[in-house]
Design a protein around this ligand. Structure first.
Ligand SMILES: *Cc1c(COP(=O)(O)O)cnc(C)c1O
Length: 222
């Protein structure tokens, strides 16, 4: 299917899932995950009305978006992959939302860069919601202390939480847990749900779903 049709189908599915959950469809943002996709695909999505884009590597995002965002200043670029401390400056310069704040060292580095550049992308904290040793994210039980550091001491603009649930388990359990954590800490944004499980995520309270293959089709491997 052409990209514009994929996008329309995903938008319709988001709308229906929100309605079914008794939620305002306007409360769910669609993030088009363009990792592994060429700039032409991003242009096609933009032409079809898409404005939020997600990339998981700062370097790839810089290559594809530095020019694109100059000519399309109304896009919002989200970082959804791991961020090394030594790339904090690039990330603050390039992204409008950084969804993978997951450790104190990175919080300090981002605070320093935001001060230096006087640029303040929104931040989400990534939570390791399934306690998976191989996965990034702060442990759920450490979230309260980490928030105290980020919001209290460092005055970082933390707006939400992000998570990827464990594979092969019922994602709803984890989505509900993430939504409850966001509510308990007064965080408005809850980034959860991908191509395979976004309807469940919306039923559980997602305010943002991150969809790659459902919009763009298969990715080139990098
Ligand atoms: C790649 C990726 C997505 C999108 O995955 P699809 O299954 O292609 O929709 C969402 N979130 C994160 C963090 C990703 O890395």
């Amino acid at each position: 299917m052409p990209l514009a049709e994929n996008l329309a189908a995903i938008r319709a599915a988001i709308h229906a899932a929100a309605k079914e959950a008794g939620r305002d469809p306007g409360g769910v943002r669609l993030l088009a995950v363009s990792k592994g996709q060429p700039v032409e695909a991003i242009e096609a999505a933009y032409a079809a009305g898409q404005r939020d884009f997600g990339e998981n590597r700062a370097q790839e995002a810089a290559r594809k978006f530095i020019q694109f965002r100059t000519s399309h200043p109304d896009i919002r670029l989200h970082l959804i992959g791991p961020l090394q401390t030594n790339k904090a400056a690039d990330a603050v310069r390039l992204f409008d939302v950084i969804e993978t704040l997951d450790r104190p060292k990175l919080a300090y580095a981002l605070a320093e860069e935001m001060r230096r550049q006087d640029r303040h992308p929104d931040l989400y904290i990534e939570v390791n919601i399934g306690h998976e040793p191989q996965k990034a994210g702060i442990a759920p039980e450490s979230l309260a202390d980490f928030l105290t550091l980020c919001r209290g001491e460092l005055k970082l603009p933390v707006r939400g939480l992000m998570a990827i649930p464990p594979l092969g388990d019922d994602p709803a359990l984890y989505f509900r847990k993430l939504a409850a954590l966001a509510a308990a800490h007064d965080l408005a944004a809850c980034s959860m749900g991908m191509s395979g499980d976004f309807k469940t995520a919306i039923a559980c309270g997602a305010t943002e779903v991150r969809i790659g293959t459902g919009i763009f089709g298969a990715r080139n491997q990098h």
